[in-house]
Design a protein around this ligand. Structure first.
Ligand code: NAD
Length: 414
């Protein structure tokens, strides 16, 4: 298996730059991923390749294939190499496509156990993940949209409540502070809190909910943004905050709720007990997770009823709550529909550039170019300034300049 460090410089290990680029992107998603030794990039099970043998075969094929060949990858496993032509894609892949009656969580775990499929997330299996920097921008963008739509363009002095500090969710405290919010994140795993604190994405860990709420109150009153994490289960802490009569301004959740077995942790269970259930009783664990999600989403609806801006952050929490009997679960809007679709309707969408030779100077030049071309666009201007200050490069230097970028421009090819 190739190493998970990032390759630098101009030396090719493949027969051309296109193959080398894909190899470097594959290495990069693992270098910045959550659990590279298991090929996991993020979201509990989002993988770069189906298994270690598939990964090795993909790496060696990329190193030996010609530019007029196409490698076909089916759910993380390479299944064929075909002679095509120089303008054809080098790799075509599809991840975990399950249709109709088979598209059920139970089937997913069964097929995954049999090593027939793997889940590629949105960018993990496609080797496009650039670390937290991408999701920081996405979260910042959504919070900026919320500020624009509901709070006269600013989240200063506003209470943003969320949960989950994993591969994606770990961006929330930093993005919250960048958007000037007073941000509280509930996280059940101390290791996830430690990781985000160590890289500077999170400012404080409170010893309990009382201290967390006190820190948030001080931040709201002073208008100085902060981020606070509290160790606990969101299915317990969200209802507790609601019961105390405290209503945050903005509420979401980014626990790995899409995955009832390997992602979401049900309330009342330690991480060790959950590990044990993963090995011994998956149906029970799924049912326990669903019951917790019901409590969790009922609290989110409670906040919404009291006037909070509540949204689903793309983790299927509403669907599982609905399956568990919360008939109003879909009263909570999903972020794509509420905040991103209006941008896509205006042909505005996110782009990302990566310096394949691992040179941060490349990104600075792209930043300059973006500012020259879009200097009158406040979203791009703010993001580039904020990212330069707050967002460290992870893995290969990359830039995701924000959904202020207009599609269809003729960018220089590097
Ligand atoms: P992850 O598995 O890396 O992290 C999830 C975190 O949630 C872990 O730290 C875990 O300990 C914590 N957690 C689990 N159950 C909890 C509970 N009940 N209470 C408190 N904390 C709990 O996952 P991730 O990569 O951070 O992704 C999170 C979710 O976001 C996934 O469902 C993923 O599909 C979704 N997602 C959204 C977007 C987006 O653009 N909005 C993009 C990618 C992924």
């Amino acid at each position: 298996m190739s190493s998970f460090t990032v390759t630098s410089g101009n030396t090719l290990r493949c027969k051309g730059w296109r193959q080398e680029a894909l190899l470097r992107m594959l290495e990069n998603v693992l270098a910045v991923g959550e659990n590279p030794s298991e090929l996991v990039v993020y979201a509990a099970m989002g993988k770069a390749a189906r298994d270690k043998a598939s990964h090795s075969a993909i790496v060696s094929t990329l190193q030996t294939m010609d530019e007029d060949q196409t490698l076909v990858i089916q759910s993380g496993k390479p299944i064929g190499l075909f002679r095509t032509h120089k303008d054809a894609p080098l790799v075509v892949m599809a991840n975990c496509n399950m249709l109709g009656q088979w598209a059920k969580a139970e089937n997913f775990y069964e097929y995954e156990k049999q090593n027939l499929i793997c889940w590629g997330g949105l960018t993990a299996g496609a080797w496009q993940y650039i670390g937290s920097q991408g999701v920081i921008q996405g979260t910042y963008e959504i919070l900026s949209r919320i500020a624009e739509k509901h709070f006269h363009n600013s989240l200063k002095g506003k209470f943003f409540l969320t949960a989950g500090l994993g591969g994606m969710g770990g961006a929330q405290p930093l993005a919250g502070v960048m958007a000037h919010a007073s941000t509280l994140v509930v996280e059940v795993n101390q290791a996830s809190i430690d990781k985000r604190k160590a890289i500077g994405f999170l400012e404080h860990q409170a010893k309990d909910l009382d201290e967390a709420l006190a820190l948030i109150k001080t931040s709201i009153e002073s208008g100085k943004p902060t981020s606070v994490a509290v160790l606990g289960n969101a299915a317990d802490v969200f209802p507790e905050i609601l019961a105390r009569g405290i209503v945050p301004d903005v509420v979401t959740d980014q626990t790995a709720a899409h995955d009832l077995v390997y992602g979401y942790v049900p309330s009342g269970f330690t991480l060790e007990e959950v590990q044990q259930l993963r090995r011994t009783d998956i149906p029970r664990l799924m049912s326990l997770s669903r019951q917790s999600i019901v409590k969790h989403v009922e609290a989110m609806l409670g906040f919404q009823d009291k006037g909070a801006v509540v949204f689903d952050n793309g983790n299927l929490i509403r669907s599982h709550a609905h399956d568990g009997g919360v008939t109003r679960a879909f009263d909570i809007p999903v972020f794509t529909e509420a905040y991103l679709r209006p941008l896509f309707c205006r042909a505005i969408g996110p782009f990302r550039w990566v310096s394949l030779v691992n040179n941060p100077e490349d990104i600075l030049k792209i930043d300059e170019l973006l500012l020259r071309r879009f200097g009158d666009n406040p979203i791009i201007k703010n993001w580039i300034a904020l990212a330069g200050k707050h967002v460290p490069f992870e893995g290969l230097p990359a830039v995701l300049p924000g959904s202020g970028t207009v599609t269809g421009l003729n960018w220089p090819v590097r």
